[in-house]
Design a protein around this ligand. Structure first.
Ligand code: XMP
Length: 551
């Protein structure tokens, strides 16, 4: 494997491992009964060969109102047939089809008569498995390239003869398999798209799923509508209606418990379940003492006050702070918080009579990551947690209405159900809360300082109109004291670091070049208004090699 590919594969594995822990700690042994999947008639399967864009393919198809699901490349032919897919898309991947251990497709799949589209690695795989030839290109092609169509029928119908496309490959097809014709080329790739119209098998060397490919969504739509014969029937309101119906039928007279964090996913689950079963939904909001200023009040106001949702605020500050006494190790903090959360949650749930279900806001990417065949041995970077492991004796069935959805689809549902923008577009806040933004021991005093400083950061970022434009903006309390001078007096006080990053998914991030005036304003407000702070610094590290949170 080339160095580039090794690095790409390694970084993917790391990302996948890091992400795996995110909200997807296996519950210790709940009686898991999956909710029946919502199946619409038409489904497109995306076979995952490890591309960073695989999920994007599935998303683009759903945007065309056709349901799509990602499956691992190890899937059996029988399992594929069970889905009765109208079409199959083979994703890209980091390897070369001739690499040792390169993932293959079961050859019988080519003979099922189901239309197939291969993207990048997927296309090369089709070529290699059907008798064509793939070889390393003289010139690797990364980024934008001019695509020239050689045919504008079916697959390329309504696409201009010349478009910009997005390439990311170092191999190319040098000989077509028999029965295939070239349908597009670029200056570097003589065969940038091919077709075997009789067998309905197509391939593209470029990535139609990324926004940099002009008319990329239209090209995918051509495949699913013109070639697979799908109808655009998968819509969000239908999804909401059918999910509500299923939840009603399943829960009947019983009660459902939901750990509400105030984040987007659990908030939208709360709204949906409330619509389905009203007061038989019990939301538990655990005040662990590690929340931001006014968090408890604002969540209570929204859910209890405004939506009349059955919300139990569990005050457990002392439980958490007692156990965190003297603890400075980040992983230990996370473990204690996860464990204590489980204790408090279970204790409270036992008091809710007839509770038979536990609802969670698990999303599709969490499910996919946990099933991904790509994983390998790698470092656990951070033990992320939300509703972590829950104990055996909590006999609850699991309801995960968003197992098949992406984050933006969940936001759309929230919007349909009337959740305010302020909740829908909130910046992410980690499960362990302010504890992982206090370097060193978590004490009441440290929490107070950080909470006040954080509030100033958020207020100023909002005032500057940047709150919704950045991924996260927050304060961190450092474990050092520095000398300062205030009104002729020497001070020896704490340092606050400001962190403001942009990111698409939390996996990688870059620091935001905030205007100096804004940074100055935040610093001067914190130093003047927050007792115990005499210095503010700005964090200019990206992820990787740093992480977004400091612990
Ligand atoms: P890191 O620090 O790993 O963070 O670069 C990536 C994203 O994940 C959030 N984060 C968490 N979210 N539970 C969560 O729900 C956690 O334990 C946790 N740790 C980090 C972080 O805020 C950022 O958005």
């Amino acid at each position: 494997m080339s160095k580039r590919k090794q690095t790409a594969a390694k970084s993917k594995t790391r990302q996948s491992q890091a992400h795996k822990g995110f909200k997807h700690q296996p519950a210790r042994s709940l009686t898991f009964v999956k909710i029946q999947k919502v199946r619409s008639k038409d489904i497109i399967l995306v076979v995952d060969f490890g591309s960073q864009y695989t999920q994007l393919i599935a998303r683009r198809i759903r945007e065309s109102k056709v349901f799509s699901e990602i499956v691992p490349h190890t899937i059996s032919v029988a399992e594929i047939e069970e889905f009765k897919p109208k079409g199959i898309i083979l994703s890209g991947g980091p390897l070369s089809v001739y690499d040792h251990g390169a993932p293959m497709l079961k050859k019988e799949l080519y003979n099922l008569g189901i239309p197939i589209l291969g993207v990048c690695y997927g296309m090369q795989l089709i070529a290699a498995q059907m008798g064509g030839k793939v070889q390393a290109s003289k010139e690797r092609e990364f980024g934008r390239a001019e695509l020239f169509l050689d045919s504008n029928k079916d697959f390329f119908v309504n696409i201009p003869a010349n478009i910009t496309c997005w390439m990311s490959h170092s191999d190319q097809i040098s000989k077509l398999p028999s029965g295939f014709v070239r349908i597009a080329h670029t200056l570097n790739s003589p065969i940038a798209a091919f077709a075997n119209r009789g067998r309905k098998i197509y391939g593209v060397q470029f990535h139609p799923e990324v926004v940099h490919t002009q008319r990329g969504s239209q090209i995918l739509s051509n495949f699913i509508f013109q070639i697979c014969g799908c109808l655009p029937r998968w819509t969000m309101d239908k999804f909401i209606d059918s999910t509500i119906k299923q939840i009603k039928e399943r829960v009947k007279g019983k009660r459902v418990i939901l750990g509400l964090s105030g984040g987007v996913d659990s908030s939208v689950v709360a709204m949906l379940l409330h619509k389905a079963i009203g007061h038989r939904l019990h939301c538990l909001f655990v005040d662990n003492g590690l929340l931001r200023k006014n968090e408890v009040t604002s969540v209570s106001k929204t859910f209890k006050g405004h939506f009349n949702i059955n919300l139990h605020v569990v005050s457990a500050e002392n439980n958490f702070l007692n156990r965190l006494k003297g603890v400075v190790d980040p992983e230990q903090k996370r473990k204690i918080i996860g464990d204590e959360f489980a204790n408090v949650f279970v204790e409270k749930s036992k008091k809710i009579k007839d509770a038979a279900f536990l609802a969670q806001g698990t999303l599709y990417p969490d499910v996919i990551e946990s099933q991904s065949p790509k994983g390998g041995p790698s470092d656990v970077i951070k033990t992320h947690h939300n509703v972590g492991g829950l104990p055996k004796d909590l006999k609850l069935e699991l309801i995960e209405p968003f197992r098949e959805l992406f984050k933006d689809e969940v936001r759309t549902i929230g919007k349909y159900l009337g959740l305010p923008e302020t909740m829908l577009k909130r910046q992410p806040f980690p499960g362990p809360g302010l504890a992982i933004r206090i370097m060193g021991e978590v004490t009441k005093e440290a929490l107070e300082i950080l909470r006040e400083a954080d509030e100033r950061v958020l207020e100023e970022i909002k005032k500057a109109g940047l709150y919704y434009d950045v991924w996260q903006s927050f304060a961190v309390l450092l474990p050092v004291k520095t000398v300062g001078v205030m009104g002729d007096q020497r001070t020896y006080e704490n340092v606050i670091a400001i962190r403001c990053v942009n990111s698409l998914d939390g996996m990688t991030a870059d620091w935001v070049k905030l205007p100096y005036e804004l940074l100055g304003q935040i610093a001067s407000r914190i130093i003047n208004e927050v007792k115990g702070v005499n210095r503010v610094v700005y964090d200019i590290s990206s992820k990787p090699p740093s992480t977004i949170e400091w612990e």
